[in-house]
Design a protein around this ligand. Structure first.
Ligand code: AMP
Ligand code: ZN
Length: 667
């Protein structure tokens, strides 16, 4: 039996939902990434050829693309309370006493869960399908972030088995440490400041306007409570077990405890073992397990009486600050580094900690010789959180921030509103010069095989290169005499450099190392301006009209091209054959996605004007007709669609789609 297209699409969707579940929830993939991609591509193709089967919850929708300018505020159906905190065994014993008194029983079981450190979220499901995701906000109302949440692959869009018609489930959006550290490595590569911690980054991600951007962040969602009018479960633990079966990610660290002593054991165990977890936790949440007992206990003005959080003390150690040194980044940004008397902290020996910038030093009033408190969260680099003033030596002197570059001795500058000091000697400061070349050759930029960071330093020291354009003039016989350099590796370097002339324009643009132009911004700029010449000629005003390009980036781009040295380098790159414009096919921005389809456009739109929408349909292979007939495939309707068109469309049963649906069709 052959499947109809609709059946084939549904089958692929179900399969891909299951593979997502295996991979992201169970952490147990059964097919390779490659096979997964093939299936996803197949589904994408079928969906775009048959847009009548569009489904907002298809696995293809995980990549995002919807832009939210202002998040809608929506009221919670059930208030999202906060939790009372406790910090000691005594606090917990007091809590137990209080609830025993209200319940008039000694028989209480508890569920212990970790307190996941992220941003809370309320997911609503109707008839087995995710319909909305709202942040906690003030507990009464929050922001609708559904489009962003849908990109998180461990959140089921469609449930494996049906549950009651409608219910809510609550959890925490977290950014696991591995992903967080990787994001930071990439930011540092792009010359940007690293994010401070996973929690803020997770909650910041939920409010990004571009859901495609969110889909790239390795976010995860751990669930901890079901809210349903008709909950078939008797206990909280059972409810979570059921949620697990429905396809949600429930950590298996949860445990039932039948006495408060078992609760203490749970806390002690995780206070130690939490450092091995893939995500951050700042405590334990203890909940009365019986749902009827929960009902009986109810809520105070702010929090449930049936639950309490126990906060871990953060790992903190004190040690002596021996010296403050200063690092120069490739953009000239100066970072002060605390060199510490080595101290054991959270399982590792800490010798250095970031001091971030001059303000931070002033705020903490840290001085050489001070005994400082060091903390370590999930970040790669630990941080100094305070000074033990009682231990300050008598002869202590306030820290005077450096005024000149530690590398080239140029006077540092600091612009208003910028926390960092910069070395302005962009083209003479050795660290900045090699840093820029190292960035140029890096994997996400020109990806020059065979050439590493150390070789760049060596080539610079030997006077063979002074900038990235010089790379293209290197010859094998210049490289071979260098220390530890075999003829073969020298040849590889030259081949790698030559091959980099095929790297597409967007990567070249990223490679140039324009401040604030990271990978994503480079893509946006390349797509919009299409060539380096257009970008060079763009004014500040033109630049800020581009989606996501703000004042800071625009100014940085304009400044970059104002500099003759840069223009000179670009002129040379052109000569060597480096790609400085987008390729012909992507240049035209044309596709055949809508081939053979006839559209009628009606109403007022937000993303397009009418002419723009018609052009977009034609650019993607579709046809635009002026009136509705039996031949019409789709009506793209904006605000205030004409009533006669509406009734005609309805009588001929022609699908009416929104602008957003249209955008999804062509994306
Ligand atoms: P607080 O923000 O300190 O009032 O703590 C309450 C918040 O802890 C809730 O809004 C949740 O977002 C979060 N939380 C993290 N893990 C859990 C958990 N296992 N159970 C309940 N709440 C949790
Ligand atoms: Zn310098």
């Amino acid at each position: 039996m052959t499947l109809t297209i609709e059946q084939k699409i549904n089958q692929l969707r179900a399969e891909l939902h299951q593979h997502n579940y295996n991979y992201y929830v169970l952490d147990n993939a059964v097919i390779s990434d490659y096979e997964f991609d093939l299936k996803l591509k197949e589904l994408e193709k079928l969906e775009s050829e048959n847009p009548q089967f569009f489904d907002a919850n298809s696995p293809t929708q995980r990549v995002g693309g919807e832009i939210t300018k202002n998040f809608k505020t929506v009221a919670h159906k059930n208030r999202m309370y906060s939790l009372d905190n406790s910090y000691s065994k005594e606090d917990l014993l007091d809590w137990e006493k209080r609830i025993k008194k209200i319940l008039e029983t000694e028989e209480i079981n508890y569920t212990c869960e970790l307190k996941y450190d992220g941003a809370s979220i309320n997911l609503s499901y109707e008839k087995g399908v995710l319909v909305s995701a709202v942040t906690r906000g003030d507990g009464f109302e929050g922001d609708d972030v559904t489009a962003n949440i849908k990109t998180i692959k461990s959140i089921p869009l469609v449930l494996k088995t049906p549950f009651v018609d409608s219910f809510e489930i609550r959890g925490e959006i977290i950014l696991p440490l591995k992903g967080f550290n990787k994001m930071n490595e990439e930011r540092i590569e792009a010359g940007e400041d690293p994010y401070m911690n996973p929690r803020n980054t997770a909650s910041g991600s939920l409010k990004l306007q571009d859901s495609a951007e969110v889909s790239k962040r390795p976010l995860d969602c751990l669930l901890y409570q079901i809210v349903a009018d008709k909950n078939p479960n008797k206990t909280h633990f059972e409810a979570l077990e059921m949620a697990k079966k429905l396809g949600f990610k429930i950590p298996n660290t949860i445990q039932i405890c039948s006495t408060i002593n078992e609760v203490f054991n749970f806390i002690e165990k995780w206070d130690e073992e939490r450092l091995q977890l893939p995500y951050e936790t700042d405590g334990v949440v203890i909940k009365v397990n019986s749902l009827s007992q929960q009902d009986e206990l109810g809520y105070t003005a702010k929090s449930p009486r049936w639950a309490i959080a126990y906060k871990f003390k953060t790992e903190q150690e004190s040690t002596v600050l021996n010296e403050i040194t200063y690092q120069v980044g490739r953009t000239g940004a100066i970072t002060p580094v605390a060199n510490l008397e080595p101290v054991q902290l959270a399982g590792t020996i800490v010798k250095r900690a970031s001091l971030h910038n001059a303000d931070q030093i002033e705020k903490l009033d840290v001085r050489v010789g001070d005994t400082v408190f060091v903390e370590k969260g999930g970040e790669i680099i630990p941080k100094i959180v305070g000074v033990d003033l009682n231990a300050r030596p008598l002869n202590s002197q306030p820290t005077v921030y450096i005024t000149h570059c530690p590398d080239c001795n140029t006077e540092l500058v600091r612009t208003v509103g910028d926390a960092k000091h910069y070395c302005p000697n962009e083209y003479g400061c050795p660290t900045q010069i090699t840093g820029r070349i190292q960035h140029f050759i890096s994997r996400k930029a020109m990806n020059i095989d065979g050439l590493g960071a150390e070789t760049v330093e060596l080539l610079f020291k030997e006077g063979l290169i002074h900038n990235y354009a010089d790379l293209y003039e290197l010859r094998v016989e210049q490289i071979t005499p260098l220390e530890r350099m075999a003829e073969k590796s020298a040849q590889n370097i030259i081949v790698g450099i030559q091959k980099s002339t095929e790297v597409p324009f967007e990567k070249v643009l990223f490679a140039l190392g324009i401040r604030f132009v990271g990978e994503t911004v480079a893509k946006k700029l390349a797509k919009h301006f299409k060539s380096i010449d257009n970008l060079m000629n763009a004014t500040f005003e033109e630049l800020i009209t581009v989606d996501e390009i703000g004042d800071v980036i625009a100014k940085s781009v304009v400044d970059f091209f104002k500099n003759d040295l840069n223009n000179d380098l670009i002129g040379r790159l052109k000569k060597y054959g480096v790609q400085l414009e987008v390729s012909a096919e992507s240049q035209e921005g044309k596709t055949t996605i809508l081939l053979g389809k006839i559209f009628v456009v009606s109403g007022v739109f937000t993303h397009f004007d009418r002419i723009g929408l018609k052009k977009s349909i034609e650019d993607n292979g579709g046809k635009v007709a002026s009136s509705i007939s039996k031949k019409t495939d789709y009506i793209v309707a904006g605000e205030n669609m004409g009533p006669s068109k509406l009734s005609k469309a309805e009588s001929l049963q022609i699908p009416i789609i929104s602008e957003i649906d249209y955008l999804k069709m062509i994306s």
